[in-house]
Design a protein around this ligand. Structure first.
Ligand SMILES: [Zn+2]
Length: 61
C-alpha cells in the first residue's frame, strides 16, 4: 500500500509516519487522541486563563 504525502505529493509507504522525502509528519494515531488532549489542555489552562483575565480587569480599572 502506498499513500501520497500532502506536503511534497510523493508516493510513500503506507506504514511511514514521517515522509522520508520532506519530513512531513502524518497525524495518524494522534487524530483519535486529539479532542481528548484539547479538553485536558483547556481544563489545565482554565485556572490560568481566569487568573490572566482577573489581572487584566484589575489593570483596566
Ligand atoms: Zn513529503
Amino acid at each position: 500500500m502506498k499513500k501520497e504525502c500532502p506536503s511534497c505529493a510523493m508516493e510513500i509507504d503506507q506504514t511511514d509516519e514521517v515522509c522520508p522525502i520532506c519530513g512531513y509528519e502524518f497525524p495518524q494515531s494522534r487524530r483519535l487522541i486529539k479532542p481528548v488532549t484539547w479538553v485536558l489542555v483547556l481544563l489545565l489552562l482554565l485556572p490560568f486563563i481566569r487568573l490572566v483575565l482577573r489581572l487584566l480587569i484589575r489593570l483596566i480599572e
